[in-house]
Ligand binder design. Structure first.
Ligand SMILES: [Zn+2]
Length: 101
């Protein structure tokens, strides 16, 4: 089985793992933070997901979800997921915050 090449957003230190299950990013200070696709999907703050959470119809988990695309907008990353959701923009400070234990 051949794996697709890792997706790297142009001009950033962001990299999606070969299995598409996690994203790593170089944070300020030089440390590398890693986030799983599921954690990112669960943490989406777009209007659609915010509304779904408010209506209590946002899922508790996204088993098997993968990252299929990353676009660097400068202040943040627009991440596309294998469930077709691609509206989430993750400010870089938010990503670092998410990666904290
Ligand atoms: Zn969303």
């Amino acid at each position: 089985m051949s794996m697709p090449p890792p997706i790297a957003a142009e001009g950033t230190n962001c990299e999606v793992s070969a299995d598409l299950a996690s994203l790593s990013m170089l944070a300020s200070g030089g440390s590398r933070v890693t986030l799983t696709a599921e954690k990112l999907r669960l943490s989406c703050k777009c209007a659609h997901c915010t509304r779904a959470r408010f209506d209590e119809r946002f899922p508790d988990g996204f088993p098997g979800i993968a990252i299929v695309g990353v676009a660097d907008l400068g202040y943040g990353l627009n991440i596309s997921f294998s469930d077709g959701h691609n509206r989430g923009i993750y400010p870089k400070s938010y990503l670092v915050h998410l990666a904290e234990p």
